[in-house]
Design a protein around this ligand. Structure first.
Ligand code: SF4
Ligand code: SF4
Length: 85
């Protein structure tokens, strides 16, 4: 299974939770402290490293607050290396 990580711009997050509903492994949680705009932002809560980098959270976020990183498989790395050569 692919592994991913996300970075969330918590200052821009409005806490709408659309990303939480979209996340298959359920690794997004709501913070218990408000951001400077008065919203409870989401954060990645993933101690078991279950995020797959599927990017569904980023796709549904109406404010573009989530950046997704995903590890490449060896096959994908070969493809990129060939394309870059
Ligand atoms: S990239 Fe996929 S698995 Fe990772 S937090 Fe977003 S929706 Fe969840
Ligand atoms: S969808 Fe975007 S704005 Fe809504 S809670 Fe998630 S990161 Fe925040």
């Amino acid at each position: 299974m692919a592994k991913g990580r996300v970075i969330i711009d918590t200052e821009r997050c409005k806490g709408c939770e659309l990303c939480r509903d979209a996340c298959p492994p359920g690794v997004l949680a709501l913070a218990d402290e408000l951001n400077s705009k008065g919203y409870y932002p989401v954060f990645l809560l993933d101690p078991e490293h279950d995020c797959t980098g599927c990017a569904l959270c980023s796709t549904v976020c109406p404010d573009g607050c989530i950046t997704v990183f995903r590890e490449l498989s060896p096959k994908e790395m070969q493809s990129y290396a060939k394309a870059a050569a």
